[in-house]
Design a protein around this ligand. Structure first.
Ligand SMILES: [Zn+2]
Length: 375
């Protein structure tokens, strides 16, 4: 794990203007009572934890870059400011999420409801404006807001944007030839992640990524790795790389560790918020990959979880992070240090990718799918 952030995080014991700023944001969200200005006390920590939980962030009670940005974004409500597409400094905030969700509900393709006003949001907004006789300038101002409010909710319960995402996947057929898949080994370079003696998380996930790369390539896919051994790209660089590659799928790999020697198992994460917005394809792949790994290695199944981490949110394609076991657990560690087991994990990921692209009625039971031999 690890937040991979450069900002000095705020936490219990911190004080000063930055803390007061965080507290003001928490109060504007009614998460914190007035008092203890500028001192990161227990109440502040609890409020931050609460905020992180409802936003699908890692819950650690501290304010690093990601939590700080989420707090700033949460301050905006639809109507507070003009919204438009700025390619240099994209507008971000809960007001943008709200606009995207409204457009999607009305049947306009505004991209994923990720709170970032991008090209797709602009295009969707312009289509809406044209249909409703407004100036199609792609800017969400008072007239557009009025029209959006008057329309009410035409579509209910369909999650149309998610259905659309599923449909485009089914249409693209069962073969891996022509698929572009980005595999993202976590950490790298000076950032080693967790360590087990001489061996580090960074090295193990790179080895795993290379094995997955080989298998996917053999099955016809075009595969890119986000880093080599000596690089540690920032999350924004990793996601930009996948976006530029126009990848169909993004798979990030990490290992876990904990002070408790009992923690063990495999967890998967996909983009999603507590409010029900999530990537259906991401969720399905998170589920397939984790269950294939569990079925083939006997590791403990820790389930799939929606998260709003930048890595999952900034990617324009279904993105999944797989945490393949605990280096701090004696059995998980022995397994992970075994090259054959890492080969098994790579085969499991390949099977999951194959199953993702297969039509549902042809989907074989977990742990049984074997690649057809290529001629
Ligand atoms: Zn990690």
């Amino acid at each position: 794990m690890g937040s991979e952030s450069d900002m000095q995080p705020l936490g219990p014991g911190s004080h000063g203007a930055a803390v007061a700023d965080v507290q003001a944001a928490l109060r504007s969200l009614s998460l914190l009572e007035p008092g203890s200005d500028g001192v990161y006390d227990r109440a502040t920590e609890l409020a931050v934890r609460h905020f992180q939980q409802v936003r699908g962030l890692s819950v650690d009670g501290r304010v690093g870059e990601e939590t700080y940005r989420a707090l700033s974004e949460a301050r905006w409500s639809l109507g507070d400011r003009l919204l438009h597409h700025d390619p240099v400094r994209p507008v971000r905030g809960d007001d943008v999420t709200n606009l995207q969700e409204r457009l999607l509900e009305l049947g306009y393709d505004a991209g994923r409801a990720d709170g970032i006003f991008g090209r797709e949001t602009e295009t969707g907004l312009q289509a809406f404006q044209r249909d409703y006789g407004l100036t199609a300038d792609g800017t969400c101002g008072p007239a557009t807001l009025r029209a959006l409010r008057q329309l009410g909710r035409k579509v209910t319960g369909g999650r149309p944007q998610l259905l659309r995402q599923s449909a485009s996947f089914v249409e693209s057929g069962p073969h891996l030839i022509g698929r572009r898949i980005v595999v993202d080994p976590g950490h790298g370079g000076a950032d080693t992640g967790f360590a087990a003696g001489e061996t580090t998380e960074a090295d193990l996930v790179l080895d795993l990524a290379s094995r997955i790369e080989g298998r996917l390539a053999a099955a016809g896919a075009t595969v890119y790795l986000t880093r080599g051994r000596h690089q540690d790209p920032a999350p924004a660089e990793r996601t930009a790389f996948a976006n530029d590659a126009r990848a169909d799928l993004f798979i990030s790999l990490h290992l876990d560790a904990q002070d408790s020697p009992h923690a063990r198992g495999v967890a998967s994460y996909y983009y999603g918020t507590g409010s029900g917005t999530s990537s259906t394809v991401g969720e399905r792949f998170a589920d397939l990959a984790r269950r294939e790994v569990v079925a083939r290695t006997g590791m403990l199944d820790l389930g799939g979880h929606p998260k709003t981490w930048d890595l999952l949110r900034m990617t324009r394609m279904p993105a999944v992070r797989l945490d393949v076991g605990y280096l701090s657990h004696p059995v998980d560690r022995l397994l992970l240090l075994d090259a054959r087991l890492r080969g098994t994990v790579a085969s499991a990921v390949l099977a999951a990718v194959q199953r993702l692209f297969l039509p549902a009625d042809a989907d074989p039971p977990t742990g049984t799918f074997v690649l057809p031999q290529r001629a």
